[in-house]
Design a protein around this ligand. Structure first.
Ligand code: FPP
Length: 230
C-alpha cells in the first residue's frame, strides 16, 4: 500500500469536447471525480493524497476558465468541508496559493485550520503550484537564512531542502498518477518524484473514481522499488 499518492488530474476539456459540451462541464465532472476519489482514498486508509488542481502555468488560460476553476474550488470547499472534517481528513494547500483571490485564500486557510487536528487522510490541494517555483522559493529562503547567519551553507543537504518544500508535512511520494494518456510531469512534484512510481492511465479525469484509484494502487503493489540498490 502506498503512503502518498499524487494525481495530475488531466482530461476535463477532452471529456467535455467528446460530448460537445463547454469545457466548464468537464471541470464540473472533474470536481465530482475529486469528491469520489477523496472519499475512496479515505476509506482505503491512504495517508496522503495530493491533487494538482491549478498550476502556476494555468494562469495562461482564458480569464473565464480561470474564474470557472476558482468557482468550482470555492463550491467544493463550501460543500465538502463539513464532510471532510467528519471523515477525519486534514486539508493542506501546497503552492503559492496566497496569490489567489483574497476571499478564497481566507476560505482555504479557515478550512486548513478547522481540519488541522484530524489524523485520517491528508488531502493536499496544489494551487498556483509549480515545482520549479517551489524550488525557487526554497532556494530564496535558504539564501536568506544563510545571509542572516542562521544557516551554514555546508549544512545544506537533501533534508534541509525537503524541510522547506511545501510538501514537508507529507509522507514521501510513492505513486504519481497522470490521467488522460499524456506522459509528462508538467512541473508537478519534480523533487518529490525522485523515487516515486509513475503511472499514466488513459482514463479522462472526469471518469476517475475509487475503482480507478484501487486499480492504480494494485499496479503499484506489483512494482519492485530498488531506490538505486539491487
Ligand atoms: C486538466 O484538464 C484539469 C485542470 C487544469 C483543473 C483540475 C480541476 C478540477 C478537477 C476541478 C476543481 C478542483 C477541485 C479540487 C474541486 P484540462 O482542462 O487540461 O483538460 P484537457 O487537457 O482535456 O483540455
Amino acid at each position: 500500500m502506498p503512503r502518498h499518492v499524487a494525481i495530475i488530474m488531466d482530461g476535463n476539456g477532452r471529456w467535455a469536447k467528446a460530448r460537445r459540451l463547454p469545457r466548464l462541464a468537464g471541470h464540473k465532472q472533474g470536481a465530482e471525480a475529486v469528491r469520489r476519489t477523496v472519499r475512496a482514498a479515505g476509506e482505503m486508509g491512504l495517508e496522503a493524497l495530493t491533487l494538482y488542481a491549478f498550476s502556476s502555468e494555468n494562469w495562461r488560460r482564458p480569464a473565464t476558465e480561470i474564474a470557472d476553476l476558482m468557482g468550482l474550488l470555492r463550491s467544493y470547499i463550501r460543500a465538502e468541508l463539513r464532510e471532510l472534517d467528519r471523515n477525519n481528513v486534514r486539508l493542506v494547500i501546497i503552492g503559492d496559493y496566497v496569490r489567489l483571490d483574497r476571499d478564497l485564500v481566507a476560505m482555504l486557510e479557515d478550512a486548513r485550520r478547522q481540519t488541522a487536528g484530524n489524523d485520517g487522510l491528508t488531502l493536499a490541494i496544489a494551487l498556483n503550484y509549480g515545482s520549479q517555483d517551489e524550488m525557487v522559493r526554497v532556494v530564496r529562503a535558504i539564501a536568506e537564512e544563510a545571509r542572516a547567519g542562521r544557516l551554514d551553507p555546508a549544512a545544506i543537504d537533501c533534508e534541509a531542502i525537503e524541510a522547506r518544500l511545501d510538501t514537508a508535512v507529507l509522507p514521501p511520494l510513492d505513486l504519481l498518477i497522470r490521467t488522460s494518456g499524456e506522459q509528462r510531469l508538467s512541473n508537478f512534484l519534480l523533487w518529490q518524484a525522485a523515487y516515486a512510481e509513475l503511472l499514466f492511465v488513459d482514463t479522462l479525469w472526469p471518469d476517475f473514481d475509487g475503482a480507478a484509484l484501487a486499480s492504480a494502487i494494485e499496479s503499484f503493489a506489483g512494482r519492485m522499488r530498488r531506490y538505486g540498490g539491487l
